[in-house]
Design a protein around this ligand. Structure first.
Ligand code: UD1
Length: 422
């Protein structure tokens, strides 16, 4: 098992370019399935989740290629509507293929993605949305088979603005007959990116980025070439890493408008942020201040995907902060690990009471999920001494060679691959 070894205490400095957004690339790659022919998607990060999505597309009969940051997907040879269970279990985002496969083949077979380290993660909103569009759903044990002779537009009101459900319904509705409206839709930037991609293929969608999305169904889509937006969570992670190491860094290829709430919170903590187009300078030369209250909730509020990372900053800030998680019920697994590094955090239901300490200390810790792993990396960069992070395959799901990004900023961080014993 690979590990990351970090010698903490070096202020980050220098410039890096932020890679493309995983959470935009995955649904867009799934959406390619709806147009027969070859699509080219640029600015795709080299991540294990992207590899799994390519494996699924191949299992469905597509021809794929990934060179530098460009994915090519030829769907002309696609013949299967069945996502193999072994691949489905590797990545929850495989459910993004439900809408596109239903639109293309009128049938899709998937498996319950199940819970995970951060919470229960149900798919009821995906299924009720597809049902509203005319799909029949049969569930037997773990297997879900969804069929539709014809998809028809519908008025859909989501009980919660689920990102994945909004995207799945949007994709299926793109080729449904008539008009679909999704109310209480998720407003994340990745949903706007999916809208832009689908429209570039010939769809007729407006409203992504607001809570009401309107989709006029079309009969055919044509493959296109498209560039993915920058990853706002990777950018946010690097901003926090700069702040906790009292560093001064420049991030290129960022979209500041996607980071409004994170910028606001960091400025309240005393972090200096200067923006010039898609370039952002982040510096923090003194100890960060506590932030009285941060609540994660759907976009444009503070993202749950930055909750564990900001907890590291609060752990080192001057004063008491309260951090409330409202999106995922089980997203505090990093608290035990941060406590082992010297953080003073008390949990009460879905709130963390974080009393800042002057310093953290290196320790051997375990990444329990993707963003928890990123938080431990940040903690290791700020800590005194050596930090060893295990189970880093979680981190590789969302950060394209995190150790290279941080080394370029002057961090001492190495990936260690154990020599197999005989
Ligand atoms: C997406 C992101 C993930 C991010 C999350 C919230 C991708 C690939 N992943 O995940 O990084 O943390 O948004 O910003 O884009 N829920 C239901 N029923 C459903 C669907 C969701 O109850 O059918 C609940 C979930 O259990 C969770 C909440 O809604 O508590 C948010 O989930 P959702 O917005 O759907 O997140 P994902 O699309 O899975």
């Amino acid at each position: 098992m690979e590990k990351l070894v970090i010698e903490g205490g070096r202020p980050l400095s220098g410039a890096i370019k932020i890679h493309g957004a995983k959470n935009a690339a995955l649904p867009i790659m799934a959406a390619c399935m709806m147009a027969e022919g070859t699509a080219m998607i640029r600015n795709v990060p080299d991540l294990s989740d992207i590899e799994v999505m390519l494996d699924i597309l191949k299992a469905l009969g597509c021809r794929t290629d990934y060179h530098q940051d460009t994915v090519t997907i030829n769907t002309s040879t696609a013949h299967s509507h069945h996502i193999p269970e072994s691949l489905m279990s590797q990545m929850r985002s495989s459910i993004f293929l439900m809408g596109p496969l239903l639109a293309r083949f009128g049938k899709v077979q998937v498996y319950q993605p199940g819970g995970c380290a951060i919470g229960e993660r149900k798919i009821d909103l995906h299924l009720s949305g597809l049902t509203a569009l005319g799909a029949q759903i049969e569930e037997a044990g773990n297997t879900i088979v969804c069929t539709a002779k014809e998809l028809r537009g519908a008025e859909i009101v989501l009980d919660f603005p689920s990102v994945g459900a909004t995207e799945n319904i949007m994709m299926a509705a793109t080729m449904a007959k008539g008009l679909t409206t999704i109310s209480n839709a998720a407003r994340e930037p990745e949903i706007q990116d999916l809208q832009n991609f689908l429209n570039a293929m010939g769809a007729n969608i407006i409203g992504a980025g607001t809570d009401t999305i309107t989709i006029e169904g079309v009969t055919e889509l044509t493959p296109c070439t498209y560039r993915i937006i920058p990853d706002r969570i990777v950018a946010g992670t690097m901003m926090i890493a700069a702040a906790v190491t009292r560093g001064n860094i420049t991030l290129e290829n960022v979209c500041p408008a996607h980071l409004t709430s994170a910028i606001h919170v960091l400025k309240r903590a005393g972090v200096q942020i200067a923006i010039n187009g898609d370039i952002m300078n982040v510096s923090c030369l003194t100890r960060p201040r506590a932030v009285e209250r941060i609540v994660t909730s759907p976009h444009p509020s503070f993202p749950t995907d930055l909750q564990s990372q900001i907890m590291v900053l609060l752990s080192l800030a001057d004063g008491l902060s309260i951090l409330k998680e409202t999106v995922f019920e089980g997203r505090f697994k990093h608290v035990d690990e941060l406590s082992r590094m010297g953080a003073d955090i008390r949990l009460d239901l879905n709130s963390a009471f974080v009393k800042g300490v002057p310093r953290l200390y290196g320790a051997t810790v375990e990444a329990t999920d993707l963003r928890a792993g990123a938080a431990l990396v940040i903690a290791g960069l700020a800590a005194q001494g050596t930090t060893v992070i295990e189970q880093i395959h979680h981190i590789d799901r969302g950060y394209d060679r995190i150790e290279q990004m941080l080394s370029r900023l002057g961090a001492s961080i190495h990936r260690v691959t154990p020599v197999p014993s005989e």
